[in-house]
Each structure stands twice: as structure tokens, then as C-alpha cells.
Write a protein of this length. Structure first.
Length: 565
């Protein structure tokens, strides 16, 4: 029996009048003082609490017992892959999603049509083609998966010196899968729209036989002997993994142990993060598409910086098995592509529960490229569009384009809650996920050692009381309820990517967002606009974004330094 349990047991016996049955050695076994009154007073001030002398004396032994329990629990081997027993669901009580069995009754999926003749005349070559376009070339025998894979591998090797976006090439695996794809397509075996198309994985995602470094020096030689769920699903879809792409160390920023990943439109500028490599490589035409992760902007931010189209799906839409955990109640996986429809095709392949990520939820996703956005209720965050911002002209242009498409925009008001203050949830969970890194002092090996970097956040997280973490989650429930009430007014709403509170709020509630390029600034770098939709309603969300993208065409521009085949 631990000292803490022994004291509670003794307290129970005392309350029952049975303490005399125990000897004095038992009654005083945990009485040694290790926590002083002064220490408790200082700790209270750190937490914004004021206890008097009598209260601190009563607390002292309990705090000592907590410390002893911490030590016992720290002896348990808790790897990054171990999920907490408490699970987050974006669904409020009474809400539901269509059961997996209902997929059969859903409308048939529809893809956009592509002109093969036009593709063969495209001066940029296949490096920048969409997934539908690449699929058409592969199925018509105008291009082989082996040829396409070699071309992308060559571009990865040639341009990585400028972009610093590659951590590990998976060349042997890629060529094996490319040969399989060509053999299967020749026999009439078609695994779907991604069959034979090369892709890149953010290096938080495990692939058997290759390093999974998490972008961090302490883990630069780490090999996780399994394929992540998303890798398994893309293998099954016939896609070809060509590279493990750079990630800001432990999923923050664009700085990893090999340098800073660069923006293809301006290589003097970082690509933002933490899905730094996936965004840069996709926009530079080094892969057909990529898969990134987001906890608090890590798909949206690099996609807007690099001019990619990035989709952060609903929390629970994609299994996170085999992917580094940062925050169990906020982590999500999603596609980073060159067009909205590309994101839809990748999401179709990777979504769904697999029995290993306890938070993953089965819900149908049926893509219809011809869906009329006018059949959907479109909202806009009026307050966010009124904010002063260097990109305000581009944001206002987006509203004009949407109205020019014949769409009626309804103003929505986001919940007025202290959303930023709820981020102690992320800090506390991240501190727990990397508890051993902090206690072993290996966090000193991380490249970034500043206030706004993980080493400092992990250390400060030790001072977040469990009570405050629970209170923040209770506030989060209010946010979820009010956000969902707002979403009952519209199907999708548009907002400046960084304007208002959507980026923070939707990451806490679990709602999906897609970001698309929205013009180019005077320095040649892309601006962006974002759309957010209802839980597990990515089909409607992407339909609106695709219609906007088809009208504006900004996604068809490519960074000059990386153009050509």
C-alpha cells in the first residue's frame, strides 16, 4: 500500500472509530515533513490562490502524499502511443453521425472531368497536375507510376537544398509500390483515384522500416516498427509513399533538427508549420499530395503561407494510430494538396475508424464535384472581416467573389468566450505526452529554446493544476454547445484565415476547416481565405470551397523557382 493510500485508509478507520486497532508505527509512518509551509505559500501564489496558516498545515501532508503518488506513477512505462482513459468527442449529447452501414444508401460519388488532350500540352508537366489529372494519364497509359514516381523522387532530391523539406526518402518502398501499381492497372485492377500516385507523409507518421523523427533531435534516429493507419489506408488505395517530410520539432513551427523549411514562393521565408514539409513539397510539385497533422493550426498555417489547399477534417474523422500524440483531445490528420477536389479524394481514402484510435469515428463521406453551392446556407464572420489586417483587401475580394457567384451570405457571430485561455488544455496534454523528455532533461537537445517553444511550454505545464485543466474542459463544453448552435444557422461559413477566433475555437470544438489560396501580394507570396463547416460535413464544406476555387483559379499558379517538369 502506498503512503497516500495508507493515510486514506487510516483516515477511514479513524472516522469509523477503528484507529485503535492499528499500532503507532502504522499511524505515524508517513509523518516525515518534506513540504514546508513556506513552499506551500509560494506555490499558492503561483496558482493565484491564498491559503491561511491553518489551511496550509492541513494541506501539507496531503501534498506530500501526492508527490509520493507521482513518483510511483512515473515508474510506469507510458509511451507516446498510450492514450488516456478519458476521451474527447466533438459530438454533443444527443448528436449522431450516419452509421457506417448507411453508406450504401448515400448518393454516388462524382468526380470532375479532365481533358486528356489539354494535359498532354501542359508546359509544367505532370509535377503540378491535380490527382484527377494524374489518374487520367495513368489509366490511359500516357504515364506510368514508375515514371511518375522517379520524376517526383528526382525533384525531391533536386529541390530539397532550397526547401529543406525532406527528412527521409522512402525510395525503395516507393519503387516497389509504383511497380505494383503499374502491374495492377495493366491487369484492370483499379484501387481508386489515388492508385499509382506518389505522396509524402509528415514525419510524425510512422512507416515501417524508416525513421520517424518527429523533427526533433532527441528522436532523430527513432524507428517505429509499424505503419500508421493513414499509411495502411493509402497503401490499400494504391498511393505511393515517396518521402517522410519535415515537421517543426514535436509539431511546432518550421524549424527542425535539419534546419528551417522554406516557402516555395519566397525561400527567404520559412514555410510556417508544423506541417512545414508537406505544404512546401506539395506546392513546389515534389509530391502529388501530402498528409499533415493539426492540433492548433499546423495544417492551416503552412498551407496559407505556401499557397496550398489544406483540409483539417472533423476531430475523429481520421485514425491517428501510428502518429505522434501531442494533445489527445485536439490532434487531427488531414490532406494538404493543390486543389479542393484533391483534398476530397485523399479524405475519401483515409477517413474512418480502425479500432485502434479510440477517438476515431465512422461516418460516411461521399464526394460530389458537381454539387451546387447555392443549395447550401453560406455564412460569414462579419466581425472578423471588419478587423484591420494587411490582407483585408484580399478578404474583402473573397466576399465579392462569393456574392458574384450568386450566393447569399448570412452573418454569423462566434461565441464570446475566453477561447485563448482554454489552451491550457493543449499545454497540459502536451506536457503529459512529453513528460519523460522534460524529466530526463533531454528537452535541452531541442533546437528552439525560447519562450514560445515546446521545452518552455512543457516545463510550465507542470504548474497547471488538474482542477484548472478540468475547468478549462468544462468551459470547452460551453464553447462546443454555442458553436454548434451557431452552425445550425448555416452549413458553411467563410472567414479570414487568421481573423476572429475560428482557428482557435474550431480546433477546440473539432469542426473542419479548409484553407485555399486567395490572390497574391505585392511580394509575390500567396494570401488565403478559409471555410469552416459542420461536424462530419466535409462534403458540403468542400463543395463551397471548390466552387470558389474554380471561379478564382489562384490554385493553378505555381512558384516560378520550381516550375517545369
Amino acid at each position: 500500500m502506498t503512503p497516500m493510500n495508507r493515510r486514506r485508509f487510516i483516515g477511514w478507520l479513524s472516522t469509523a472509530g477503528l484507529a485503535p486497532l492499528l499500532g503507532p508505527s502504522v499511524l505515524h509512518a508517513a509523518d516525515a515533513e518534506t513540504v514546508t509551509d513556506a513552499a506551500l505559500a509560494k506555490a499558492g501564489r503561483l496558482l493565484g490562490l491564498d491559503f491561511d496558516d491553518a489551511e496550509r498545515e492541513l494541506m501539507r501532508k496531503s501534498v506530500e502524499e501526492h508527490l509520493e503518488s507521482y513518483e510511483k506513477l512515473r515508474e510506469l512505462p507510458l509511451g507516446n502511443e498510450v492514450q488516456p482513459a478519458l476521451l474527447f468527442s466533438p459530438l454533443l449529447p444527443g448528436a449522431s453521425v450516419p452509421a457506417a452501414g448507411e453508406k450504401k444508401s448515400s448518393p454516388r460519388k462524382r468526380f470532375s472531368k479532365k481533358s486528356l488532350a489539354r494535359l498532354l500540352r501542359e508546359p509544367a508537366g505532370p509535377a503540378f497536375h491535380s490527382l484527377r489529372e494524374l489518374g487520367a494519364l495513368l489509366r490511359e497509359g500516357k504515364l506510368s507510376s514508375v515514371e511518375l514516381t522517379r520524376r517526383y523522387l528526382e525533384r525531391l532530391k533536386r529541390f530539397d537544398a532550397e526547401l529543406h523539406c525532406v527528412i527521409t526518402l522512402t525510395e525503395e518502398r516507393a519503387m516497389r509500390l509504383a511497380r505494383r501499381a503499374d502491374e495492377e492497372l495493366a491487369r484492370g485492377v483499379d484501387r481508386g483515384p489515388l492508385h499509382g500516385i506518389p505522396w509524402g507523409a509528415k514525419d510524425l507518421i510512422a512507416a515501417r522500416g524508416y525513421r520517424t523523427t518527429w523533427g526533433a533531435m532527441p528522436f532523430k534516429d527513432q524507428v517505429i516498427d509499424l505503419d500508421a493507419a493513414v499509411v495502411e489506408k493509402l497503401d490499400a488505395a494504391g498511393a505511393v509513399l515517396t518521402a517522410k517530410l519535415s515537421v517543426g520539432a514535436l509539431a511546432w513551427g518550421d524549424v527542425w533538427f535539419g534546419g528551417t523549411t522554406r516557402n516555395p514562393w519566397n525561400t527567404e521565408q520559412g514555410s510556417s508549420g508544423s506541417s512545414a514539409g508537406p505544404a512546401a513539397a506539395t506546392v513546389a510539385g515534389l509530391v502529388g499530395f501530402s498528409v499533415g497533422t493539426e492540433t492548433l493550426g499546423s495544417i492551416i498555417s503552412p498551407s496559407q503561407r505556401c499557397g496550398a489547399t489544406g483540409l483539417r477534417p472533423t476531430f475523429g474523422r481520421v485514425s491517428r494510430y501510428g502518429t505522434m500524440a501531442l494533445s489527445w483531445s485536439m490532434d487531427k490528420l488531414g490532406p494538404i494538396c493543390r486543389s479542393v477536389e484533391d483534398c476530397a479524394l485523399v479524405l475519401e481514402a483515409i477517413h474512418g475508424a480502425d479500432g485502434r484510435d479510440a477517438s476515431a469515428i465512422d461516418a460516411p463521406f461521399v464526394w460530389n464535384a458537381d454539387r451546387d453551392p447555392a443549395t447550401l446556407r453560406l455564412g460569414f464572420d462579419r466581425e472578423a472581416f471588419e478587423e484591420e489586417s494587411p490582407d483585408r483587401p484580399y478578404d474583402q475580394s473573397a466576399l465579392r467573389n462569393l456574392r458574384g457567384m450568386g450566393l447569399t451570405l448570412h452573418p454569423v457571430s462566434l461565441p464570446k468566450l475566453p477561447v485563448g485561455d482554454m489552451l491550457i488544455i493543449l499545454d497540459a496534454e502536451a506536457g503529459a505526452a512529453f513528460d519523460d523528455l522534460t524529466r530526463s532533461n533531454r528537452d535541452d537537445q531541442l533546437v528552439r529554446q525560447i519562450e514560445q517553444a515546446w521545452p518552455n511550454v512543457f516545463r510550465a505545464a507542470r504548474f497547471i493544476p488538474a482542477v484548472e485543466y478540468i475547468q478549462a474542459n468544462r468551459a470547452r463544453r460551453l464553447l462546443m454547445e454555442r458553436f454548434e448552435a451557431m452552425m445550425r444557422e448555416v452549413d458553411v461559413y467563410v472567414h479570414p484565415t487568421y481573423g476572429g477566433s475560428t482557428l482557435l475555437a474550431a480546433n477546440l470544438t473539432g469542426h473542419p476547416t479548409v484553407v485555399v489560396p486567395n490572390g497574391f501580394r505585392g511580394d509575390g507570396t500567396p494570401a488565403s481565405i478559409s471555410f469552416t463547416g459542420g461536424l462530419f460535413r466535409e462534403a458540403e464544406l468542400l463543395a463551397v470551397a471548390k466552387a470558389y476555387q474554380d471561379r478564382t483559379g489562384y490554385h493553378r499558379s505555381h512558384p516560378p523557382l520550381f516550375s517545369g517538369s
